[in-house]
Write a protein that binds this ligand. Structure first.
Ligand code: HPA
Length: 270
């Protein structure tokens, strides 16, 4: 594994240089942020040595390198999901590679279903914590001490100072936002009404099928991490409605400008 990580990191540093210190995962809530990046180079995942290849509609599968608000960034356009069949090591491989490239901050984004009764479709949530309900943990198996601790602390999975910065930016631009706990599940089914209820009872505010593996590995690797979610549907007791992938994509489109704006400002302050 270490050899593969270093091989891919070397390959990407040859392509992109070593200047970027921030990586952004453009999830369903943030795909168009790619348009704000002055792209210097884009590489299809299939052309990156050792990289898995993304298969889902709406997840393009390109690694972008360029400038966002004057700051060099790397952005994943499309991520790897557990429900696609990738294992946890594949899903989190890019995060390991970013760390090996000298990247110190990971910005994640996703779409999720809202369970907090105060949430509305189209709202932005700054994720403060998560509950890992994936069937496994990305750190299961041999631990490489070079990569991080065997039993990593998770008391601050999402970096508090970054959350504060994001909040201040949102307030400054009068962008409404929520804060909340993200429940990560394997998918690909959306939740039954009883599952939404259970996740709410467990302490979750929203639920989705990504982000938790990447955040765990980022923290294991000692990177700072922040995650944004777009509420695309509601799983609120008495309000659970039918949900489709199309509706999720449409709701994400509406909410996307809010996250874009916050991320554009945030990268300047990291
Ligand atoms: N559940 C799980 N994942 C999701 C949802 C949801 O309601 N909405 C968008 N992604």
């Amino acid at each position: 594994m270490l050899q593969k990580i270093n091989e891919t990191a070397d390959f990407l540093m040859q392509q992109f240089g070593r200047e970027a210190k921030i990586a952004i995962v453009l999830g369903t809530g943030l795909n168009d942020l790619g348009a704000d990046i002055e792209i210097e180079k884009a590489i299809d995942y299939k052309d990156i040595v050792n990289f898995p290849v993304s298969t889902v509609k709406g997840h393009e599968g390109k690694l972008l390198y360029g400038t966002l608000s004057g700051v060099k960034v790397i952005a994943m356009q499309g991520r790897f999901h557990y429900y696609e069949g990738y294992n946890m090591k594949e899903i989190t491989f890019p995060v390991r590679v970013f760390k090996a490239m000298g990247i110190e901050t990971l910005i994640l984004s996703n779409a999720s279903g809202g369970m907090n009764p105060l949430y509305k479709v189209g709202e932005m949530v700054i994720i403060t914590d998560h509950i890992n309900l994936f069937p496994e943990n990305p750190l299961r198996g041999k631990n490489y001490d070079e990569l991080g601790d065997r039993f990593p602390d998770m008391s601050e999975a999402y970096t508090r100072v970054l959350i504060e910065k994001a909040e201040n930016i949102a307030k400054h631009y009068q962008i409404p936002y929520q804060k909340g706990v993200y429940v990560g599940t394997a998918g690909p089914t959306f939740e039954t009404p009883s599952e939404y209820k259970m996740f709410r009872l467990l302490g979750g505010d929203c639920v989705g099928m990504s982000t938790v593996p990447e955040a765990i590995v980022a923290r294991h690797a000692g990177m700072q991490c922040i995650a944004f979610s777009v509420i695309t549907d509601l799983g609120i007791i008495g309000v659970v409605e039918k949900v489709s992938h199309e509706e999720v994509l449409n709701a994400a489109k509406i909410a996307e400008p809010k996250i874009r704006q916050v991320v554009k400002e945030l990268v300047k302050e990291i």
